[in-house]
Design a protein around this ligand. Sequence first.
Ligand code: TEU
Ligand code: CA
Length: 557
Amino acid sequence: MKKNWWKESVVYQIYPKSFNDSNGDGIGDINGIIEKLDYLKELGVNVLWISPMLESPQDDNGYDISDYRRIYKDYGTMDDYEKLLEEAHRREIKVLMDLVVNHTSDEHQWFLESKKSKDNPYRDYYIWKNPVNGKEPNNWGGCFGGSAWEYDDETQMYYLHLFSKKQPDLNWENEKVRQEVYDMMKFWCDKGIDGFRMDVISMISKDQSFPDGKVGSGLYGDFGPYCVHGPRVHEFLKEMNREVLSKYDIMTVGETSGVTIEEAQKYAGENSGELNMVFQFEHVEDASQHAEFGKWTTARYDFKAFKKIMIKWQEQLQGKAWNSLFLGNHDQPRSVSRFGNDNPAYREASAKMLATCLHMMQGTPYVYQGEELGMTNVYFDKLEDYRDIESIQYYTELTDSGLMNPDYMMKCLMLRSRDNARTPMQWNDSEQAGFTKGQPWIKVNPNYKEINAKSQLADPDSIFHYYQKLIRIRKEKDIVVYGEFEPLYREDDQIFAYIRRLGEERLLTVCNFSEHPAEMEIPEEFTKARCLISNLERKSFEGKIVLKPYEAFVLYK
Ligand code: TEU
Ligand code: CA
């Protein structure tokens, strides 16, 4: 397998609004990130993916960009950003920019022009359609609830927005749009960034017939079959690769929800000439596929289905494409609350177990801010505590329409809202968890007195230090990066175990995903193997053993 620096990296995702506030206005900022670079260096990560920091009205916390060449004022200045790049690079840490080019903000100059008149030079930068029988051009619903079309009085036409109405979709059919995007990407590469995480890049090409979608349990039709992995998406990405990506030594990861194994190979196959890797979402969407209202369910994840999906991606991309490994991000609930157990009795053990399972697989691991501390869901039980546009709009739509009972919907938000991942980083046990000297834009999780970076840095057995060790093992051992993957106990309903092989070397990872003891037998191949890491200080690794709840370890030979 070809060696690449991005295969050997560990990425840390920063959600800048919630990471560290340096000036007391309650909003994280660039100087706040710079202050914490030594912390990140100590953890051992070598790539940062920072969620969008460009000028934006913040309708979707920066995923609505109004100027691609200007830093959002509350985050700092271009000088601050350049200093961040310099300070990160000085510590051998690379920086990925979040590229949001499926849509812009409706306050972007292009859109302000576009909506002025039908013959404005920017008109075709966006997707405008005439009303059909006085109504929306088709029945598509947006990702945040409501119709995907918004009527504009000025020219009496509708524009498409797959996300909020303040996020109009760019028209990638227009060559000028593509050229603008490529020029902007070059601008940032020339500034010295080290790559891109590409927001909903799988949705940039739309079926130009714009047909109605299937209506499920909600009020609107599904645009999926016509906009996700649309007709020209691979053509566009190959063009982007030729024009920009291939000219720099950068890393690219596409956010491609709905991606299948086959599609992933097109986007990120070893020789696809598109991207280095993609995020797949099957393992975090599984419960939703069976629920009536998509992600809005209180159902807990199904371990066996989860394991099956993870194994499938390991086995089927092997030697063909590269995996992105993640259990959480700014759109997902906290991983320890979701896949582990955030009850104080099990939180530490299960957070370490999840990290073990993920970091020893083949692929590039992503750590979402606070995950290295075992930060948990916040479980806000009042709508006014929520800030996320998706949570607020869906709550309103589903309860106003009578489709869902308000108490039940609140329970769904508590488990599934994106805000669970967006409460401030817990730095220490002082007021507001040390995140800000002012009032934070979103409430701090009340458990910050027990869960915070300061106490974990002081404790050699903390989750933080466990992550540090896992990252070190990956750096020291090629087998963790390049070894072949082989699952064990496929059908077991508590244990996730697998072997990695590289030349004569062998690695065994064993994880108990349940809160009950689990029996297993160590494969003979691993007799007298050495333990590299163990979350519950196990001493014996021979023959039949009984794993404790949430126990995990890694053997090496
Ligand atoms: O998310 C894309 C995406 O598919 C989301 O709709 C996701 O399914 C949802 O958040 C799950 O609840 C990206 C960004 O990661 C997200 O933060 C943005 O809101 C979105 O694009 C629009 O830019
Ligand atoms: Ca600030």
